[in-house]
Design a protein around this ligand. Structure first.
Ligand SMILES: NC(=O)c1ccc[n+]([C@@H]2O[C@H](COP(=O)([O-])OP(=O)(O)OC[C@H]3O[C@@H](n4cnc5c(N)ncnc54)[C@H](OP(=O)(O)O)[C@@H]3O)[C@@H](O)[C@H]2O)c1
Length: 317
């Protein structure tokens, strides 16, 4: 019989609080500067015990924010199922110490109601997410992307009603263009459900939220910003400097493809690597510290396929 060792979080997990947490915009919420993303490495294809160890290490070091979405896996939904199993096995007593987010907006189930930004989709999707995660509510629910075909009022009113129904405490948007974000901010503010946070890709290789004015707007309006793929899916680490490891994301060829690793990019990465070495730190540390220095950034949302990676990434603090 498989008897699981009970999880007891480290008693020192909040010892570094003063350097670990940042206020999310002008809200009451503090988020850890490093948050843990469940996009990869938490699906049904991944070993549960490894996922479990990563979350334990995270929580033991003050990482209180776990970020999910309905379709993280693979298979779709399975990262949320892993979260549900983790709640049952380990985290239930610590629910109020955790800030758990999920999203809907990309394809999730077949037919016209399992994608984009309709009220029909968002409401049903969050109910499914809560069932998979064995939760009564999430701390944060996002519209995962802007839907040019659905009236913004419909998507945003669904977010408002989700909060009113007690299924999420806060709402956010991800991958929305600036003009739509302005509208969302105003619409939500008028209904007393302020836009807590914007989730966008920001790293040393992709500075779009800066170039497009998203970060300026967040700073001006007191909205938090959480950066996804801060390591450019692993490019901004030593992972690919000497070839493509067999167990790497790039070797799977789905979200990170070999043809992205051009000689020009490799040169740039090697340049960054030697600059980091001169400062006595790793490229990953340098890349995360860079994101955390940008205005309005509350947190960087890292992925990790091992405890060792997360341990290295925490050194950026
Ligand atoms: N809102 C959105 O549309 C959106 C989109 C994408 C992501 N996200 C969120 O952002 C989270 C993070 O995204 P991401 O996984 O792309 O982030 P990332 O931190 O840029 O990349 C994580 C990957 O980089 C590699 N890595 C991490 N630390 C390393 C280290 N110290 N040394 C060597 N390699 C290292 C690992 O890949 P290997 O597998 O190769 O080990 C790891 O899985 C997601 O989980 C999700 O929550 C949101």
């Amino acid at each position: 019989m498989d008897i699981k060792k009970p999880y007891t979080p480290s008693a020192t997990r909040y010892d570094q609080s003063s350097q670990m947490y940042r206020r999310c915009g002008r809200s009451g919420v503090l988020l850890p500067k490093i948050s843990l993303g469940f996009w990869h490495n938490f699906g049904s294809v991944d070993p549960y015990e490894r996922s479990r160890e990563i979350t334990h290490y995270a929580f033991d070091h003050g990482i209180t924010h776990f970020d999910l979405a309905n379709n993280y896996g693979p298979v779709y939904g399975s990262a949320e199922e892993t979260m549900g199993r983790l709640m049952d096995d380990d985290f239930r007593p610590y629910r109020d110490e955790l800030f758990i987010s999920t999203k809907a907006g990309f394809d999730m189930w077949p037919g016209p109601y399992g994608n984009w930004g309709s009220r029909k989709y968002l409401m049903a999707s969050l109910d499914q997410s809560l069932r998979r995660m064995h939760l009564d509510y999430v701390d944060l629910f996002y519209s995962h992307r802007f839907d040019p075909s659905t009236p913004m009022e419909e998507t945003l009113q669904a977010l408002v009603d989700i909060v009113r129904a007690g299924k999420a405490l806060y709402v956010g948007i991800s991958n929305w263009p600036l003009e739509a974000m302005r509208f969302a901010h105003q619409y939500l503010k008028e209904r007393d459900v302020p836009l807590l946070i914007y989730q966008g890709r920001l790293n040393m290789l992709d500075r779009k939220p800066q170039e497009e004015g998203i970060l300026d707007f967040c700073a001006q309006e007191g909205i938090g910003f959480i950066a996804f793929s801060p390591l450019a899916q692993g490019l901004l680490t030593d992972r690919y400097l000497n070839g493509i490891p067999k167990d790497s994301r790039m070797s799977k060829g789905v979200f990170l493809k070999e043809d992205m690793l051009t000689p020009e990019l490799l040169n740039l990465l090697r340049g960054y690597q030697s600059a980091a070495e001169q400062e006595g730190r790793s490229l990953a540390e340098m890349a995360l510290a860079w994101v955390l220095r940008q205005q309005a950034v509350t947190s960087v949302l890292v992925g990790a396929s091992s405890v060792a990676q997360l341990e290295k990434n925490l050194k950026c603090l």
